[in-house]
Design a binder for this molecule. Sequence first.
Ligand SMILES: *Cc1c(COP(=O)(O)O)cnc(C)c1O
Length: 367
Amino acid sequence: MKDTQLAQISLTKDLTGAIANPIYLSTAYQHPHLGQSTGYDYTRTKNPTRSSFEEAFAKLEGGTASFATSSGMAAVQLICNLFKPGDEILVAFDLYGGTFRLFDYYEQQYGIHFKYVDFLNYEEVENSINKHTKALFIEPISNPQMIQIDVEPYYVLSKKHHLLTIIDNTFLTPYLSTPLEQGADIVLHSATKYIGGHNDVLAGVVTVKDDTLAEQLGQFHNMIGATLSPLDCYLLQRGLKTLHLRIERSQDNARRLAKRCETSDSIDEVLYSGKTGMLSLRLNKAYSVAKFLENLEICIFAESLGGTETFITFPYTQTHVDMPDDEKDKRGIDEHLIRLSIGIEDYKDVEADIIQALENSKVGVIS
Ligand SMILES: *Cc1c(COP(=O)(O)O)cnc(C)c1O
């Protein structure tokens, strides 16, 4: 069913019979009479192309309302507006560097507290809850360590303490997981990644099912104005049409590569959750990451994920550059760790490229 929903997402009800959705670029909408509106007044508030994407996405997630934002970080920031100085949010320890940087700023500037806890340890999380705690923020597959967190018990815990559970579902997408249907309150994505899928749209999306949350977030969305442009909303819909195919293929490629890397002398550690196309590798110290990256012929040294091409990122100086060294240490983000977003190329080509790049990057003796 989900495959059908994705393949046929947002088919237009346009009277012309057009299959592809029209892109409404108009920022302003004519009013029929004083006190009357077509439902559209001004694009920051509501735009037909954005509504079409948001409605379709909310349905995919099992939610009631989605908000398309100008980036994944704008999605995180939209959610942050729900909190006030003195509130505390418990955050799963290993997370996207940009989110860490934004939370750090909010902590310093606005006195919202972000406490990093180990969500693999249920008791530690439960014991961290106090009267200021308002929410849990989790990436179910952590970045870059690919630790899979069992989120279900936290939905129960958070209901018990009247907390909001916020899930950054960027790695999993609604194809692999729909947290709102399991008990989460707010789900966000960097739609720049798998949702868009082609490295040509910067976007985010926040989805909820509770009406009060939908109303609050809707107000912030319009008030702050980090809304997504109509053209980008169209591109996200187009990306969604093949989401299932792209995820299946990149996941399949990643599984095979993870298995292959387990037997390589040049790799000390393979970090893979078993899901998605994301995996990290810790190279043996006898190998140079710099040389490895230079040797790549097919895979691309670039900082993003979830696209059709295989991307390799160096978290130490890229995604996590603004994280202090001691925080990086705690998360195992060192100068030997690389993160791979496996694309949908022919598996044999990807494997051969990575193996040749590794073999040609030896600079010392294997320890
Ligand atoms: C990329 C990313 C973000 C930020 O999204 P942008 O679209 O780059 O602003 C947030 N969370 C995760 C897990 C990401 O990978």
